[in-house]
Design a protein around this ligand. Structure first.
Ligand code: ZN
Length: 149
């Protein structure tokens, strides 16, 4: 159910999005993409991590307060392999850091967004994550992430 609210009307929820935590970029070859982004950002990747549930291996770069996450598929049938097959390499998702992921999932679901996970799951970089369907967000896959403290 969508709350009745006029466009532009100011509103604030107690558990608002905190910042863009990272941009996820789908790449074919993680080693080659690492070299490209090292050259681009002038810094090395600070972490590589496999996320078996997603069939990906990831690499993280710090850019000020935000991060870049490179994602390469380890599974030819996995979501990143399918994304690249359909759309080529490129920006795959935008991740927002949230204070309370369950509260934010409930809020977005009440707003009419399609949440792709019933429960938050364990993502890379010590985070609980969930995804919002790109059809709900003008073609952009949205990730919510909450740091595990
Ligand atoms: Zn991500």
């Amino acid at each position: 159910m969508k709350p009745s609210r006029k466009f532009g009307e100011a509103f604030l929820y107690p558990y608002n999005m905190k910042k863009i935590e990272h941009l996820g970029i789908a790449v074919k070859d993680l080693g080659a993409a690492n070299r490209t982004y090292e050259a681009l950002l002038g810094t090395s990747s600070y972490k590589e991590e496999a996320v078996e549930s997603e069939g990906v291996v990831t690499s993280f770069f710090k850019v000020g307060d935000s991060k870049i996450e490179l994602l390469a598929s380890t599974d030819p049938e996995g979501p990143i392999a399918k994304f690249i097959e359909k759309r080529g390499e490129g920006i795959h998702h935008i991740a927002f850091e949230v204070e309370d992921i369950r509260a934010e999932m409930k809020r977005l679901s009440d707003e009419g967004f399609t949440i792709l996970n019933e429960e938050p799951k364990l993502g890379a970089d010590n985070k609980l994550i969930c995804f919002v369907h790109p059809k709900s967000a003008n073609g952009v896959l949205i990730e919510l992430c909450q740091e595990i403290k």
